[in-house]
Every structure is written in C-alpha cells, then in structure tokens.
Design a protein around this ligand. Sequence first.
Ligand code: SIN
Length: 305
Amino acid sequence: MGRLSVNLCGIELDNPLIPASGSFGYGYEFAELYDINMLGTFSFKGTTKEPRFGNPTPRIAEAPSGMLNSVGLQNPGVEKVIAEELPKLRNCFHKPVMANISGFSVEDYAYTAGLLDREEQVGWLEVNVSCPNVHGGGMAFGTDPAAAARVTEAVKKVTTKPLIIKLSPNVTDIAAIARACEEAGADGLSLINTLLSMRIDLKTRKPILANTMGGLSGPAVFPVALRMVYQVSQAVKIPVIGMGGVSTAEDVIEMMLAGATAVGIGAANLTDPYICRDIIHELPETMERYGIENLRDIIGGAKNG
Ligand code: SIN
C-alpha cells in the first residue's frame, strides 16, 4: 500500500484522484497526452440508454472562477459505448473504470446499468441522479429522497458491482437524500454535481445558454462542495467521492479532511488537461508540508474544538 492509496468500496486505488464524468470523455482521448494509468481511476462520460445529441448551442458560458455548462448528456448510447468506446479504452487503461449512467425513468437506469455491469473493465457504477440540464429525468430523481431511493434500489438489483450515487447540490437537505440512497443499498456517494445557474448577455438581453440555465462548476463552487461533502460524510457510513471546484493538491487534502475517500476533478481538466497528472506529482510534497504520512489517515479528520 502506497502513501497515496485509498480503498473505494473494496477496490484499492493507487491514489484518490478521479477525473469526473463529463470532463474526461471515455478516457482514451487523454491517453494521447499522458499515461492515464497513473490515475486512481476515472468516471467516463454520462451514458444513457439511447444516443443523445445534447442541448442546442451555446452550451457553455463563463463565470468568475468557474463555468456554466448545459451539455444535455450528449453521448452515443450504451450499446455503442460498449461496442466502440470501451474497446478503445482497454488498449490504454488497465485499471477498473467507473461507468457513469443517466436516465429518464427508473427502467432506463436499470437497463443501462444492467448492460454495463457485464463489462469486465467496469469497477463501479456511478449513477447520476443530478444532471441539471435535462427535462423529465436527471436532477428530478436526485432532489427527492424517495425518487433517489427508487433509482438506487432498481440499479442495485441488476448489479454485482459497487454502486455509487451522484448527488445534486440543488437541494435544501443533501444529507436526507444521502441517507435515503444509503438505506436503499448504495455502496458509495459522489458529490457535488453542478449548481443550477444562469448568465445574461447585456447586449442581446437574452440568456447566454440556449437552454437558459446550466450547471456552475469550477473553483467558485469549492467551498459549497466542501461543506456538502462534510455534511454528507457525517450523515452516512458509506464512502464519499468529493468533487466540485477541486484544482490543486491542497484542495484534494481539504476534501479528504472534510470526509472524502476519493476526490473528483471536473472543470479543471477542461482548462488544463494535465491537471490530474500534475496534482498526483505534487501530492507527496504537499503532504510533507502538512505533516501527512498516509492520505487514507486524514479522511474525515476535520473537527472543530
Ligand atoms: C450534462 O451533460 O449536461 C452534464 C452532466 C451533468 O451535469 O450531470
């Protein structure tokens, strides 16, 4: 066991870094830049039952210390992901990967999860009940404890792999949703997805995003994410993947002190595709600076008084 290693739902990771879904494609695109086997793992692009073209453009808007996206779950559909994307990934990534799944009904989630569960390279299923950019699904399941529990139960029935539910920050009590997912059989939780947000173009007086609203991510959301990771990890016993605005080795350590077992990196991959590689290199020296021997020892270590 190395100084950076952590255990996520029974699977050992060399380090806690996980490029977040939607910021790392299906992985092989980044393998052209560096050896992605140095990552803990990564979560691949949100995959749905049917192919999706996504939302109309513009889908991206800027914000101070962050960005808004309203991609709308663009992806080729689960059958094509299995037939075309995963074989390409197998050539360059030799660790278990996290399969990110979205849906528009409980049956959709279960169908997609059932197919991906059979893939040997899939180590964990990450079920997204928190996409703010689609109607009739996505976040609708993640803002109501009963609906989040229904999705969790349905997916749990079709998988033998650890099941992680990705939570929305666009709720008043994230701990209640977290507890409902844990009780329904979730093996882990990941949070936060993006914060529902909006920008307006002063010249046209129209919303910048064609979909009007989108999800805010980037350093601006880090303190909000940290607070929610802290609250959720106090409320449940299952491991938490903390994400939201993480962009430095110090942020990784802060997330772990708040209670994260592993740490997702999202928007930062879009501004610097080497960011995960560089953070992994910087972690040992940063740990020295703060007197940390092993990263796994600091999980949930932040206490007042
Ligand atoms: C999107 O595809 O709209 C982003 C995915 C998400 O925020 O869950």
